[in-house]
Design a binder for this molecule. Structure first.
Ligand SMILES: [Zn+2]
Length: 290
């Protein structure tokens, strides 16, 4: 059939405002969650392969990231800026599978809705820091939302970034000997142990503020252990279990490009609509070093 498939249009198309932006803005500050939004960009590293069959621009795009790149370490992209913003969780889903019934993790996604001034992109990272709501949990309060994360790393420098920034967190414990007395205890690292450069475990637990410290940025600083002679050598492995904010990677952007017009005092005004992002837990099932 050669006839074009023209959709039948109604006689009259009514303009409809499908979203009340101001109402959502109120809601997001009243009951949303507070997240660290980190943006992802492509790394410009990589070799340019000149192929006769494609244009120079396409040839450049084919170049793979360098595995020795100091910035992206071969991943081809990296996180470059973090802002503390308010978002709203507007949905969640998970898939039950065999692993779940056997006690494994369920795979799923959380849907976040962001204000129009926060244009989000695929593979951006959203780390939940705290929440708004009736209890009005302040971001600066000690009870920030944290989860433990474990990774195995190779030491490269004196100060190095962990996969996620470590977050020193205060817990109100009971005092040993008299659990009725409150003992506020702050720590970021739960456990840390190293190996020699030959890969043999050194079975002495490394302690926070003794063998290493956590910087204000959440990096690990080995200066203490270097001075004491307890830090793993550069090139040696260590394993670390620490507290960090639960982190999600944007994997899908439904309704990414939306705007609406509204009539206000006889004028047609454009209002940009909010961004919606489906994100997956970034840490799920992984313990690799970035
Ligand atoms: Zn790179």
């Amino acid at each position: 059939m050669s006839q074009p498939l023209v959709a039948r249009r109604p006689d009259k198309v009514q303009r409809s405002a499908d979203f009340v932006s101001q109402g959502f803005r109120d809601e997001i500050f009243a009951s949303g969650v507070v997240v660290n939004w980190s943006r992802t960009t492509r790394c410009p590293c990589g070799e340019v392969h000149v192929l006769a069959s494609v244009s120079p621009v396409e040839s450049a795009a084919l170049g793979e990231a360098r595995t020795d790149c100091a910035r992206c370490r071969g991943r081809g992209s990296y996180v470059y800026r973090t802002d503390l913003i308010n978002v709203q969780v507007t949905g969640a889903s998970h898939t039950d599978d065999v692993a779940t019934t056997a006690g494994g993790f369920a795979h799923g996604a959380v849907r976040f809705t962001l204000l129009s001034e926060h244009p989000i992109r695929l593979y951006d990272r959203l780390a939940i820091v705290g929440s708004k709501g009736p209890a009005e949990v302040s971001v600066s309060a000690a009870n920030k939302l944290v989860v433990p994360y474990v990774e195995r790393r190779v030491r490269r420098a004196t100060i190095e970034a962990l996969r996620f920034p470590a977050v020193p967190t205060t817990f109100g414990l009971g005092t040993p000997g008299d659990p009725t007395v409150l003992l506020n205890t702050t720590y970021a690292v739960d456990y840390c142990v190293a190996a020699t450069t030959g890969g043999v475990i050194v079975d002495d637990e490394l302690a926070e503020n003794v063998d290493f410290a956590i910087t204000a940025d959440g990096d690990i600083d080995w200066a203490l252990g270097v001075a004491r002679g307890t830090a793993p050598a550069v090139g040696a492995r260590y394993a670390i279990r620490y507290l960090c904010h639960p982190s999600y990677l944007v994997r899908s952007l439904p309704f990414a490009h939306r705007a609406q017009t509204q009539q206000f005092k006889g004028q047609i005004q454009l209002s940009r609509l909010n961004f919606c992002a489906d994100a997956w837990p970034e840490w799920l099932g992984e313990d690799t070093q970035p």
